[in-house]
Design a protein around this ligand. Structure first.
Ligand code: GLU
Length: 304
């Protein structure tokens, strides 16, 4: 398969869409990003790399970090994780409060904010040095020691993170947070603030593309069955209230973030990341969705 030619063709085809959508501005730091950027990188399991556009520019990975915190939380908690959250799509906005109230503080799944805030609590309780242990894990799977948090983005989000604070309070009220709420929120925002480029994200997601093998990175060990299950959660819950649509159009497990990134895997073959900041009204990158739809249509490679 000539992936380089395919991504170049698709890159040309999506140009007319590049002004559609609007970048996230509810986090002040994201509003400053130049929205006219598009990066793509596809990395195969046997070490080939294909890229185009702004694939070296780092961006705020935001909710894509939820896949990394799920990997670490599953390693730490095993199936006990599911006592504190569910694994069903929410059918609601990623920061919705009312479902959490109805369901008595048990988040629907790990990919919405409530689930990720509980995972931040779990990591704080179990990791000896949560901040450095978590970024070390991400550096390790991305094979890049310079990947880092952006502390000012995290602070900027904390200053206006009223809804996430409400979610954390509701979780605490329902005894689903053990640590101090402020500490949990700060760690959650910090994980969201990690900056990576398309190449680094695709490298990191290759770990999830291979679920024939155990997952061993530093002290994080996941069974092949847990890796398979991370893919299942990405497939059913990875795209906000548009997970069904992404599954229908693209047919790959993946995760999006409000920074405009989408990482997806074609199991046993490759990981691919597309980044473009303009989002549709569900919060997914317009170009990212279209690019991946065309990729799986063109290559006829999807899990279906
Ligand atoms: N930090 C963002 C928030 O909590 C993450 C949202 C996202 O990327 O889905 O609102």
């Amino acid at each position: 398969m000539d992936y380089q030619k395919i991504i170049e063709d698709i890159y040309r085809q999506i140009q007319p869409l590049k002004e559609l959508g609007k970048q996230a501005d509810y986090i002040p730091a994201l509003a400053k990003v130049n929205p006219n950027q598009i990066g793509v990188c596809l990395k195969t399991m046997n070490g080939e790399e294909y890229s185009i556009g702004n694939s070296d520019v780092r961006f705020s990975i935001q909710s894509i970090s939820k896949v990394f915190s799920l990997a670490v939380s599953l390693c730490l908690e095993g199936d006990n994780l599911w006592k504190r959250m569910g694994k069903e799509p929410s059918g609601n906005a990623f920061n919705s409060l009312f479902q959490l109230e109805l369901e008595k503080g048990i988040p629907r799944n790990p990919m919405i904010n409530a689930g990720a805030i509980v995972m931040a609590d779990i990591l704080l309780s179990h990791l000896p040095n949560p901040e450095s242990d978590f970024i070390d894990f991400v550096r390790c799977i991305a094979k890049n020691e310079t990947v880092n948090y952006n502390f000012s983005v995290a602070r900027s989000e904390r200053t206006c993170g009223y809804l996430n604070a409400a979610i954390a309070n509701l979780l605490k009220y329902n005894n689903n947070i053990d640590n101090d709420i402020e500490q949990v929120l700060q760690f959650y925002f910090l994980m969201c603030s990690i900056e990576m480029n398309c190449k680094e994200l695709s490298q990191a997601f290759l770990c999830f593309a291979d679920h024939n093998n155990e997952f061993n990175f530093k002290d994080i060990h996941l069974t092949s069955s847990q890796v398979k299950r991370i893919n299942a959660i990405m497939q059913t819950c990875g795209f906000y209230d548009e997970s069904g649509e992404f599954s229908y159009l693209v047919g790959l497990p993946g995760k999006s973030g409000v920074g405009g990134g989408i990482s997806a895997v074609y199991p046993q073959r490759y990981a691919v990341t597309v980044w473009s900041p303009r989002l549709n009204e569900k919060g997914n990158s317009v170009i990212g969705m279209k690019f991946l739809e065309l990729l799986t249509t063109e290559t006829k490679e999807s899990i279906f």
